[in-house]
Design a protein around this ligand. Sequence first.
Ligand code: SF4
Length: 347
Amino acid sequence: MAPSLEEPTPASTAAYLAAPTKAAPNLVAPEPEHCPGPESEQAGKGDACAGCPNQSICASTPKGPDPDIPLITARLSGIRHKILVLSGKGGVGKSTFSTLLAHAFASNPDSSVGIMDTDICGPSIPKMMGVETETIHVSNAGWSPVWVTDNLGAMSVQFMLPNRDDAVIWRGPKKNGLIKQFLKDVEWGELDYLIVDTPPGTSDEHLSVNSLLKESGVDGAVLVTTPQEVSLLDVRKEIDFCRKAGIRILGLVENMSGFACPKCKHESQIFRATTGGGKRLAKKMGIPFLGAVPLDPRVGMACDFGESFVDSYPDSPASIAIKKVVRSVGQMVGEDPDNVLPENMVA
Ligand code: SF4
């Protein structure tokens, strides 16, 4: 039975979420809006703490390295490559791109792939992977991911919600607790690639994933944009965030880059690149450009039906483009592109 947030029973599920492993201080008042987090190094000392009724409690809480980090590192030691998917802006098709990327990596039957949904407030990966109604299995070894195919597993907060229409209204520390639990308790086993889908922007979730995975080695981040300047504007911020947070940028992908007609294969520019698009931005910012993936209306349909677009429509320009991106990403993480996805599996 899937763990429920409403009825916590096993210690490793909802009860744990409410009380993450690092002993949380017993606050006398709710955390104010700009709280740095009662468990952070700045707790009780930061500017936001001035005048907070919890100040003396937070200031006296023991600080130091998170004791869960070695556990996370051990848990993820069987995963060869961990790849974050980031976007500066919502609406660029990041989750869709993450599922395409995971399916494309998994189209090589010799690779084992996982996809982890850290978008706690808007988890969409289970729907897109066609496993929305599945439940996760809990054993002594941890939580088992839901296997979409023999070599592709998925994990999302969606599996833990009693009702898929429930909103998750959580503040930073609780979100961070759940991400930590994902990383610590999910039994991924041996994987070649773990794709980590993140929410848009540069929020708590990104910082948590990065700080918790740093020890176990994140290969880097793939940034997703669309061609318009309004999207590129936010990608510049995301690039800055990665540089400040010490996350290696594997490269930039331009999604929705033109429309590929399913019949004649002709490409039209729906979102015109008024300022040169992703390719020019990548060059300007000194990061690799991994490729451009055109729009195909069947991508949205495949996601709605939880099917693999790259398997259903292997000849689509979008499928070919995403497979080329996979080869480029593989190369960026130090693999031979022909081992990641042989040339004859691309087109
Ligand atoms: S003292 Fe600082 S860290 Fe503690 S609850 Fe208040 S604002 Fe947050």
